[in-house]
Design a protein around this ligand. Structure first.
Ligand code: AMP
Length: 284
């Protein structure tokens, strides 16, 4: 495994690999790697000749009030985890990604506006911008994202389609802890009581899925049922949203029809923001 810091060197390396006829599987991350990330790396390895992972805490997707400075960083552990799976780890410096006169932003309209978009203005613009940059640098054949960040995966797929990017976007299932909590680098912020309380989001989404299975078709009633589960957990200090959305357009639904839907929510536990989702056709 080789680490590369300069975008120019990463790009030249990728071009050389592709010229030799090898496919490149790419896993962009912000580090503090857990099993969720590793499942993407393993999928990339199974389906491509070469695996590139990137670790970059992207400053432009954090608002000034968010946790950029305290975002968990664990580089040496991360490199150890990647050692046997990745061929290249791309570790760009902030300065080489964003020189002082950097002035371009990529915006995927519509799908960026609902759900997390309402609470994190500018976030998905920062994500789309860095992902397009990373795609141009790494030149992947396939890029791997987690369903955990469902809205992000829809945005990246749309970006790739709209801008004719010559790659396939692959979305892999959410990896969870034994009690259902979706793995996330931010779970490290939770103290033991908050960690227990954090499962409320998954439980609420399940309560929603169960209600649909039992015939509930009214979204207001459905979000009421999900909010009830959350309200039983005192350490959930804020519910930013929890509802049913069209899985493709991400528009909030008034009624649950037969088409594919996603139940998704964002809550604050203590001071930590957690997100999760369930696709309704995932229902057992
Ligand atoms: P991050 O480091 O949080 O930016 O995440 C990097 C990639 O890992 C994104 O595509 C995430 O959706 C994905 N990811 C994060 N957590 C999980 C999880 N629990 N299961 C599957 N994928 C995940």
């Amino acid at each position: 495994m080789e680490t590369i810091r300069l975008p120019r060197v990463m790009r030249e390396t990728s071009i050389k690999e592709k010229r030799s006829g090898r496919t490149i599987g790419f896993v962009p991350t912000m580090g503090a790697l857990h099993e969720g990330h590793m499942s993407l790396v393993r999928a990339a390895k199974a389906e491509n000749d070469i695996v590139v992972a990137s670790i970059f805490v992207n400053p432009i997707q954090f608002s000034p009030r968010e946790d950029f400075d305290r975002y968990p960083r664990a580089l040496s552990d991360d490199l150890e985890k990647l050692e046997d799976l990745a061929d290249f780890v791309f570790l760009p410096e902030k300065e080489s990604m964003y020189p002082p006169d950097f002035s371009t932003r990529v915006e995927v309209v519509g799908v960026s506006e609902s759900m997390c978009g309402r609470f994190r203005p500018g976030h998905f613009q920062g994500v789309a911008t860095v992902v397009l940059k990373l795609f141009n640098i790494v030149q992947p054949s396939r890029a791997y994202f987690g369903q955990k960040d469902y809205q992000q995966s829809v945005i990246i797929k749309r970006l790739a389609r709209d801008l004719d990017l010559p790659l396939e976007v692959v979305v892999c299932p959410t990896v969870r802890e034994a009690d259902g909590l979706a793995m996330s680098s931010r779970n490290a912020y939770l103290n033991p009581e908050e960690r227990k309380a954090a499962t409320a989001l998954y439980r609420a989404l399940h309560a929603g899925a169960k209600a649909i299975k039992e015939g509930q078709r009214d979204t207001l009633q459905l979000s009421g049922a999900m909010r009830l589960t959350l309200s039983e957990e005192p350490l959930v200090s804020q519910v930013q949203y929890i509802s049913a959305y069209d899985a493709e357009t991400l528009q909030e639904l008034e009624t649950i029809e037969k088409k594919e839907i996603v139940l998704a929510g964002a809550v604050i536990v203590g001071t930590t923001r957690l997100i999760d989702n369930l696709l309704v056709n995932d229902l057992k």
